[in-house]
Structures are given as structure tokens and as C-alpha cells.
Design a protein around this ligand. Sequence first.
Ligand SMILES: Nc1ncnc2c1ncn2[C@@H]1O[C@H](COP(=O)(O)OP(=O)(O)OP(=O)(O)O)[C@@H](O)[C@H]1O
Ligand SMILES: [Mg+2]
Length: 406
Amino acid sequence: MAEEKRFTKATWMIMEALLDVDNLEDALSGSLEIIVKTLNSEAGAIWLLDPATDKLTPMFNIGAGDIANITVDNGSGIEGLVTKSGESIVLNDPASDSRYEGSVFEEAGIIAKSMLCVPLNNLHNVIGCVQIVNKKDGTKYDDEELTLCEHMAALAAITIEEKGLSIDLGEDKEVLAELRNVTKDFQSGDGVVQVLKGINLDIYKNEFVVILGESGCGKSTLMNIVGGMDFLTMGSLKIEGKDFSHPDDATLTAYRRDYIGYIFQSYNLMPNLTALENVEFIAELVSNPMSSEEAIEKVGLKDRADNYPGQMSGGQQQRVSIARAIVKRPKLILADEPTAALDYATSIEVLSVIEDIVKNYGTTVLMVTHNAEIAKMANRVVKLRSGKVASIKRNLYPARATELVW
Ligand SMILES: Nc1ncnc2c1ncn2[C@@H]1O[C@H](COP(=O)(O)OP(=O)(O)OP(=O)(O)O)[C@@H](O)[C@H]1O
Ligand SMILES: [Mg+2]
């Protein structure tokens, strides 16, 4: 009885999540979260079929690290079988089930012990599936749990139909940075604290990735490792396919200098140099800069080029620090809470500049923020929890900076 009540409540919550939003991605990822929680499971994913390639891609996942770049052929694997046949599959002993050929979840370090996979059935065709893995208490999935999952999938499919979502998974993207099982230990008092606990993440070229997570969960530590400002303890980091796990000093210096643009919460400008001089100072260090005037103009500070930092507002100073980052023509910009010290209107100005850089310079941006509203701008949103990737969400339609409200 208690079980029934819990499920009714979950169904209502999913319905509300689906009815109440204007953003389908939020609705689907929200429903997946509800169902993973209600079924007390380790991980879950929503797979969508790309009719152009007849392949399935995980649109959202929870608890499974980065499986976003994995595709499965329609018809093969559990996800493909369910999508092709339109029939649910309950696997309570995957290891000895002939339909099971290993799971993508294994790539994320999760051994499947039990699994539910139900089709997303859109009246005329199956557009993907919902997959839930491993009950935390070790018990198997029962019929009622299957029914709940099927209800959620039906509600989700109806919503997709109603809201007229067309699924555009985009073409395959090139990987810029690849992190595998990255850990980071810090010495703390007499002991060692593991701050990153096995991060798996791909960052694609010309992608805008936002990292969310509670204070202390390891966001800045992760950025520092990708930015060559700190070293990983275990695991591997590749940059454009080349191993970058333990770079030598010369490689590291060149990487930091030419490849990365940094934007921090504090602007770190030199007080005795003007805006333009702050940018020129950096431009002189790198091999292929844009003109400092162009960088200053790009961030809308042409009229302020001769001002010293002390004569500028916080937002203007932050824009100088963006100019300083882009003048290098870096492939990757790392921005750690770039708007945390700014008011709303100024934040939007600064975010508009960042948006522009991604669109017009093909730069990849990795940005940490505490503000979930800003995450709407991203192509993908990575949530960290206690040093692990808790979820990854794609935004099919990233918001413009000017559309954000908080
Ligand atoms: N150099 C260091 N030595 C020891 N511990 C560290 C060091 N740097 C970070 N830590 C610890 O690692 C954990 C993660 O820190 P990190 O700065 O990555 O968190 P964060 O997610 O960026 O938090 P915030 O949102 O507050 O900026 C924290 O508990 C922090 O105290
Ligand atoms: Mg931080």
C-alpha cells in the first residue's frame, strides 16, 4: 500500500513536471530524476533515436558520468532492442541473459545488476527509450516498478508529441578534452582527502559547457586540472587526442600561454596599466594574438581603453579580463564564476560577450557557476556532486544571455 502511494505520487510529480514547463529538456530530465529517485536506483538515462543515422544517443543521464558521446545502433544492445521492438525489457540477471551484451553504463564504472528499459512510444513510432539501472538495496525490479517506468515513458512521449519537439542530435563532434577516471587527492592535516573521485567527461570543440555543483564539490579543482594549473592524481587527461596527464614544464607553459584563456571571479587586472595595456601585456606573450584594440572593441570597451582598472566598474573590469582571455585566440576558455561578483544587468552583459565568443570564434568555453539560470545558455550542463559527475544534460535549444532572468 505504501508502495502504491509512493508510485501514485511519483506519477503525479512526473505529470506536473511535464505539464508545467516550457522547456522540454527540463521536463524530461526532471522526470528521469523523479523516477531514478522513486525506484531507489543507481543510474538512469533517456535515449533518443536519431532517424537520420538510426542510432540512439543518451539525451540525459543521471548517475552514469559522461556517456553522452556513446551511441548505440537501433536494434542492438538492450536500448536498441527495446527501441526497435517497442517492447519493455526487465533484466534481473544481466550477466546470464543472452540479450545483454554489456552496457554503456560499464564505461561509467557501473556494473549492471538489474535493469529496466521501456520504449518511448509516440503513437506511430518509437522515438527512444528510458533505462533505469541497479536498485540501491540490491533487490530486483518488480512489475509495479516496470509499470511506473512505462507510465513515465508514455507521459514523456505524449509531451514530446504535444510540444512538437523535433530531435536534432547534431553531427558527431570532435573531442577537445577527454578526462578518464580523473582523481585528485589533497593533503589535509595528517591524511589525504580525495576531492575528485573518478571524473569521466568529454568536452567537445566549440561547445559551451556549464559546471554546476555545491560549494566544495570540486568544480575549481577540475577546472585547474583542465587548465594546466594543477595536476591530476590518477586517471588520464587528453587534449586533442594527446596525453596531457603529466605534462613536462615546457609543454605546460606553452599550453597555459597559447591554448587557454582564463576568466576568474576576481578580475586580476594590473592596477597600474590601462584597459588596453592590460590586454597588450598578454598579447605580447603569445604567438598568434588578435590585435588588442580588436579584443577591447569586442567586449564593448572601445571608449574605455585608456581607463585604469580603478576607474572602471566591476562589469567593465570583468570585460577587460575577457578581452585579455580572447586576445590570445585560445581554443579553450575557462571561466570560474565570472559573474559571481556582478549585478544582474552587468552579468547579462558579460555573458553576452561570452556567448558571442563561442558563436563567432569557435572557442570552447567551460564555465563554473552557482547560478542554475546561467546553465540554460550551455550546450551541456554537468552537475558535480562530491567529486563525481552526478548528471549531464544537453540543452537542445540553449537560451540567449538576454533571455535569462534571475
Ligand atoms: N590546494 C588544496 N589543498 C587542500 N585542499 C584543497 C585544495 N584545493 C581545494 N581543496 C579542497 O577541495 C575541495 C574542493 O575544492 P574546490 O575549490 O574545487 O571546490 P568548488 O566546487 O570550486 O567550491 P566553490 O563553489 O566554493 O568554489 C574543498 O573541500 C577544498 O577545501
Ligand atoms: Mg570554486
